[in-house]
Unconditional design. Structure first.
Ligand SMILES: O=C1O[C@H](COP(=O)(O)O)[C@@H](O)[C@H](O)[C@H]1O
Length: 260
């Protein structure tokens, strides 16, 4: 487990741009060192803001897009192409404008796909896809993702792991179906905390005033069942990327106010 490190930016636009620059460097470094890179995308406003900033960054051309594996931390279990699906939003923000290898874009199944509306079967299929991608050097049934990004919800949810729901208690499976989510749609698919923790680096994105309470709770010693964001950490690094609004309620020892 790696202790959280915090980086606070002036506002959400700057946070998205700085996170995009950081991600470009990580991907380029991983591709130089290991030949390819793997990144887990998040949905939500902050995740899509980062992708849009990446699309606008001239340095995006430093990435070899054909040697990048993209996975998702969660998906809203809706029909293919639904505008609320995380993959649809990611395509619009970035993926449709870069030369990815389609076989390396690992979208989670849709509710009109081969598993129909059976979210458990869809989750099991994604777990199998992850397990096939894992090698002997990895830790169990998921690849060691270079970077796994998570938007933090105002209720401290990450991916589709909501406080107190069964999915956040899962200790064996790597992917689960989620039912009765408090944020629409109620049915989702999500990586579990054990799968998230297989990543080298976990980046939690929180920008905006509505994330301030969640950041405070998750970074003040809350349990992961009550505050799932508190249970998300990477093998070598756990990075919280915040803007000043989201950081405004943090304990002073974590984020001291700027000197006058
Ligand atoms: O529904 C979801 O919400 C979270 C957080 O979204 P935000 O808009 O509050 O930033 C997101 O991380 C997750 O991927 C998504 O499915």
């Amino acid at each position: 487990m790696s202790a959280p490190q915090l980086v606070v930016h002036r506002d959400k636009e700057l946070m998205a741009q700085a996170a995009a620059a950081r991600l470009i460097t990580k991907i380029v470094d991983a591709q130089s060192g290991r030949g390819s890179a793997s990144v887990v995308l998040t949905g939500g406003r902050n995740g899509n803001g980062l992708l849009a900033a990446l699309a606008a960054a001239p340095a995006r051309d430093a990435i070899d897009w054909s040697r990048l594996d993209l996975w998702w931390g969660d998906e809203r279990f809706l029909p293919e192409g639904d505008p609320e699906r995380n993959v649809t939003q990611a395509r619009a923000a970035l993926l449709d404008s870069v030369p990815l290898d389609p076989s390396r874009v690992h979208a989670m199944p849709a509710s009109d796909g081969p598993h129909g509306t059976d979210a458990e079967a869809a989750a099991a299929a994604y777990a199998e896809e992850l397990a096939r991608a894992a090698g002997p050097e990895d830790h169990g049934d998921v690849p060691t993702f270079d970077v796994l990004m998570l938007g933090v919800g105002p209720d401290t949810h990450v991916a589709s792991l909501f406080p107190e729901l069964p999915a956040v208690r899962e200790t064996e499976r790597t992917v689960v179906g989620v039912h009765g989510a408090p944020k629409p749609p109620p049915t989702r698919i999500s990586l579990t905390l054990p799968a998230i923790r297989a990543a080298r680096e976990v980046w939690l994105l929180a920008a905006g005033e509505d994330k301030a309470n969640a950041a405070r709770i998750a970074l003040s010693g809350a349990g992961e069942i009550q505050a799932p964001a508190a249970g998300a950490y990477g093998r070598s690094r756990t990075l919280w990327l915040l803007d000043s609004a989201a950081a405004s309620q943090l304990p002073r020892d974590l984020y001291p106010p700027a000197s006058p």
